[in-house]
Design a protein around this ligand. Structure first.
Ligand SMILES: Cc1cc2nc3c(=O)[nH]c(=O)nc-3n(C[C@H](O)[C@H](O)[C@H](O)COP(=O)(O)OP(=O)(O)OC[C@H]3O[C@@H](n4cnc5c(N)ncnc54)[C@H](O)[C@@H]3O)c2cc1C
Ligand code: SF4
Ligand code: SF4
Ligand code: SF4
Length: 386
């Protein structure tokens, strides 16, 4: 019955995030998700009458947020914690190593933290987002174990990444201590696994580094930009980046290199640039009703520092990463990375004055609650968040 429940409550009503958790937990490996897509399919038969794992861990239709917060932080959030979730401290940071700093999309802090955790033996691998080898414009979850592999997967990918499905592969490969770079919906799936004591998988998760999330987008948006806006056929694509070439200063635009070595780019925010094209034109349906911007249940959450770019540029033209330190484990690793010289940080306040200009913040905290209210009025699907 449980696959049927997942299908009816999540997939058939447009609430799938494409996280891949159902793929990871199915004991019979009966669920498949096409790379970079939402809406998994049952490939065989779901005969496990006593199993309901796929629907239990799915973050699409139901998030027991208060229960998860009590499990993680030992208490529910207070009213004044609604904007950013529970956290200990907030910092503005960048990787100390120039190569890592310039490679990263903002301050390279996420990559520097992973590098510290790998080199100190805190983790033996990480799940990050890279590109498919055969179709290099498609975003694919990758399991990385070396600095070079980490550096090959820097920068944000804004199309769907089925991140959590790679957890099963990482555990099958024998990894014991895994870090995951996760969007808020990926994090809810991982925390639901923890709540339901899916030990085989989730006990191996040592660290969740969350990314702030405005939205993710359908792969069609990426293909539309490449084909229609840049005039490149997909089979000519050698490499893409949503936020510029490696080494470009903060910001960047959508960049493509062809197999012949030609480079073309679309600006980030300009009229019908990359951001409006994919985030307005091709936003994933479930993202329209998502309330979490700063990955409120991660150990550490990382995002761009919009609203302070000019001020920070005076110190360094390359970017900075905003970090919420949330859990004790996150704090230990963050402090360790500073002490070991992997990241540079300064206090990140006053938060309230610059988050309103971060594009995800007004969307998730003001527009989406209003949208949910109206969707309920018309009987349209919305997730239940308790
Ligand atoms: C879909 C999406 C939406 C975002 N929305 C916002 C926003 O509204 N506001 C904001 O301030 N920041 C947002 N971010 C976060 C921001 O773009 C940077 O990722 C963040 O600032 C960290 O920068 P960094 O230089 O420290 O990361 P880097 O050192 O460049 O490392 C980034 C890490 O994230 C991994 N990654 C990239 N894309 C994905 C993905 N789709 N799923 C899982 N892992 C991924 C990479 O593999 C890499 O390990 C978003 C990111 C994504 C992927
Ligand atoms: S076996 Fe369990 S996890 Fe797999 S499809 Fe059936 S109910 Fe879902
Ligand atoms: S949201 Fe995740 S767990 Fe739920 S159906 Fe979609 S891919 Fe599966
Ligand atoms: S907006 Fe929400 S549902 Fe969409 S990718 Fe981001 S965290 Fe997931």
């Amino acid at each position: 019955m449980s696959w049927e429940q997942l299908k009816q409550e999540t997939i058939d009503v447009g609430l799938c995030t494409g996280c891949g958790a159902c793929v990871a937990v199915c004991p019979r490996k009966q669920i498949q998700l096409k790379i970079g897509c939402v809406d998994p399919e049952l490939v065989g038969e779901c005969k496990e009458e006593s199993c309901d794992l796929c629907s239990e861990v799915c973050p699409g239709a139901f998030i027991p947020r208060s229960e998860l917060e009590e499990m993680i932080f030992g208490r529910k959030r207070k009213e004044d914690e609604n904007l950013f979730g529970q956290y200990k401290e907030h910092f503005v940071t960048h990787a100390k190593d120039e190569k890592v700093h310039h490679a990263g999309v903002a301050g390279g802090t996420v990559t520097a933290l992973l590098l510290y955790a790998l080199e100190e033996g805190i983790i033996d691998g990480a799940i990050v987002a890279g590109y498919d080898e055969a179709e290099p414009w498609k975003v694919k979850a990758k399991i990385v174990k070396t600095k070079d592999d980490l550096l090959n997967c820097v920068r944000s990918k804004y199309a769907i990444c089925n991140t959590v499905s790679a957890l099963r592969d990482a555990v099958d490969q024998g990894l014991e201590k895994i870090a995951i770079v996760a969007l808020p919906c990926h994090t809810y799936a991982l925390r639901k696994m923890q709540l339901h004591k899916l030990k085989r998988l989730v006990d191996k998760v040592e660290l969740i580094i969350g990314l702030y999330c405005l939205s993710q987008t359908y792969m069609d948006g990426t293909e539309y930009i490449i084909r229609e806006r840049l005039g490149i056929s997909l089979n000519e694509v050698d490499q893409i980046s949503y936020r510029g070439r490696l080494g470009d200063p903060f910001g960047g635009g959508f960049w493509v290199k062809t197999k012949k070595g030609e480079e073309k780019a679309l600006e980030l925010i300009a009229h019908w640039g990359m951001v409006p094209t994919i985030f307005i034109g091709f936003q994933v349906e479930r993202c329209l009703v998502c309330l979490d911007h700063t990955c409120e249940l991660a150990d550490l959450s990382a995002g761009d520092v919009w609203g302070r770019e000019e001020e920070l540029k005076k110190i360094n033209e390359y970017g900075w990463t905003g970090i919420f330190v949330r859990t004790e484990k996150g704090e230990r690793i963050f402090r360790g990375a500073i002490e070991a010289g992997y990241i540079v940080s300064m206090p990140g306040g006053p938060i309230a004055s610059y988050y309103p200009v971060n594009p995800g913040h007004p969307k998730k905290k003001f527009a989406v609650p209003a949208r949910i209210q109206y969707r309920k009025k018309y009987g349209w699907p919305v997730p239940e968040i308790t």
